[in-house]
Design a protein around this ligand. Structure first.
Ligand code: ADP
Length: 170
């Protein structure tokens, strides 16, 4: 079975078949990891994203990697965490969908190594403990179902995020 790796790194520097972008639903670039990926990839990425035209929350779209070391970028739109109790199940399901749909789309395109940032835990305010449990569960399930998938790298920006994912992997 493929492995899960945990690293502290800037995702734009990661050598994998694909990296995942925590995009917004308009796919027009933004702050955080989205801004970093667009800066490193160059303007061709934004042009391709604009042609796609958008992506609903929980779904994923694929583009080229342009000037990035990765061949592809998978753009997925995480849910915004409202911190309202009645919304939690829906938000969790949408975040799980981000991982599942990104992995499935990548796999269909021949990707066997892929790097994820911690989706929704920046500007979209998801508590990182909650998000990390969902991410790890979905990644493990995917790896179990696709024996030839080689590696899923979780890229952590900062010590708090790294600790949360390390705990979730136990
Ligand atoms: P979201 O809107 O989905 O919350 P953010 O980009 O605001 O997305 O944050 C998601 C996570 O990505 C946060 O943990 C943030 O620290 C991290 N992040 C920001 N820049 C980078 C980068 N260059 N590489 C990897 N992770 C990053």
């Amino acid at each position: 079975m493929g492995k899960i790796s945990l690293i502290k790194e800037d995702i734009t520097k990661v050598h994998a078949d694909a990296i995942v972008n925590a995009a917004n639903s308009a796919l027009i670039g933004g702050g955080g990891v989205d801004g970093a990926i667009h800066r490193a990839a160059g303007p061709g990425l934004l042009r391709e994203c604009k042609r796609i035209g958008g992506c609903p929350t929980g779904e994923a779209r694929i583009t080229g990697g342009y000037n990035l070391p990765a061949k592809f970028v998978i753009h997925t739109v995480g849910p915004v965490c409202s911190r309202r109790a009645g919304e939690a199940d829906k938000e969790d399901a949408l975040l799980a969908g981000c991982y599942r749909n990104s992995l499935a789309l990548a796999y269909e395109n021949g990707v066997r190594t892929i790097a994820f940032p911690s989706i929704s835990t920046g500007a979209y305010r998801f508590p990182v403990e909650r998000a990390s449990r969902i991410a790890v569960m979905e990644i493990k399930e995917f790896l179990a179902s696709r024996p030839d998938m080689q590696e899923v790298i979780i890229v952590c920006y900062g010590d708090e995020v790294f600790s949360a994912y390390k705990e979730a992997l136990k």
